[in-house]
Structure formats: C-alpha cells, structure tokens
Design a protein around this ligand. Structure first.
Ligand SMILES: [Fe+2]
Length: 160
C-alpha cells in the first residue's frame, strides 16, 4: 500500500475521531430519547470506523495516527454544540455529517486496494445513513417530541 493511501486512511481516522468527540458534545445536550438513541448509535459507528481504519494502517506496517488534540479539528462549532439542546445538537451534527460524507466520497475517488475500498465504502454507507436520518429529524422537528410528551404527562396542555 503506498504512502498516499496510508495518509488518506490517517485523515479519515482523524475525521472519525472528530466525529466521535462532536457526538459526545451533542449527546450531552440532548434530552429526547429517540434522538439520543440515534446519536449514540452513530457515535458507535464512528468509533468502529476508527478501529477498522487503524487495522488497515497496521496491516500496511504503519502506525495509525490516532490524535486527540483539537488543533487539527475539522468539525465546526465543537465547543458550542453542548447545552444547545436537541435542536442545536441536530443542526450542528447535520453540518458535521455533510462534511464526513464529502470526505468519504473524496476518499473513494482515489485508487484503493480492494480490502481498503471495502472498508471505506462500508463506512461511507454508515455516513449516508447518518446524514439521511439527521435530515429527516430536522425536517420533522423531532425535538418537539419532548415538549409534546411533557405537556401530555403534566396535563397542562391538551394533547393537540
Ligand atoms: Fe456520521
């Protein structure tokens, strides 16, 4: 495997690491169970991507660059995501997932060995699914589920 591919895999590892951290912030800011469940699952996907990509780098005899510093942080609005609530978290992750989708698409434009392409394609499919669900959640104002349910439970408002 050539150096360029190893570099690209390390770039994706950094991207997925940023996504895990961004999801951590988003999860802290969320209260609606359905949103929380999805964000946690998406975060698990990104965590799995890091492991699978790192394995490919090691198989090529290189050391995966698993960085934790925020200097190279690609995901926007990191510190501002938490405490914005469900809507804010979804809006922030919408932008972040658009970025991860773009970066995975770009990686697939490279010539890749079959075993690398298989992993990158699988990850890209996860990214598509994440973006699709978040778009649906934003379009459907899923954050209103909480307010509606709380109103019914407290009996302060009618169910309508
Ligand atoms: Fe994602």
């Amino acid at each position: 495997m050539n150096k360029k591919i190893v570099e690209k895999l390390n770039d994706l590892i950094q991207l997925d690491t940023d996504a895990v951290l961004a999801y951590q912030q988003a999860i802290v800011g969320c209260e609606v169970t359905e949103i929380l469940d999805h964000l946690k699952r998406f975060q698990d996907d990104h965590q799995r991507h890091i492991g699978d990509l790192a394995e490919l780098v090691r198989a090529a005899g290189e050391e995966p660059m698993i960085k934790r510093d925020l200097k190279g942080f690609l995901i926007e609005g990191f510190t501002a995501i938490a405490s914005r609530g469900d809507r804010g978290a979804l809006m922030a992750m919408l932008g972040n997932e658009e970025l991860t989708n773009m970066r995975y698409e770009a990686a697939l434009e490279m010539e890749l060995p079959d075993e690398v392409r298989a992993v990158v394609e699988r990850n890209r499919e996860d990214e598509r699914r994440h973006l699709e669900w978040i778009k649906e959640a934003v379009a459907g104002s899923f954050w209103d589920i909480k307010e509606g349910a709380a109103a019914i439970a407290s009996g302060k408002k009618s169910a309508a």
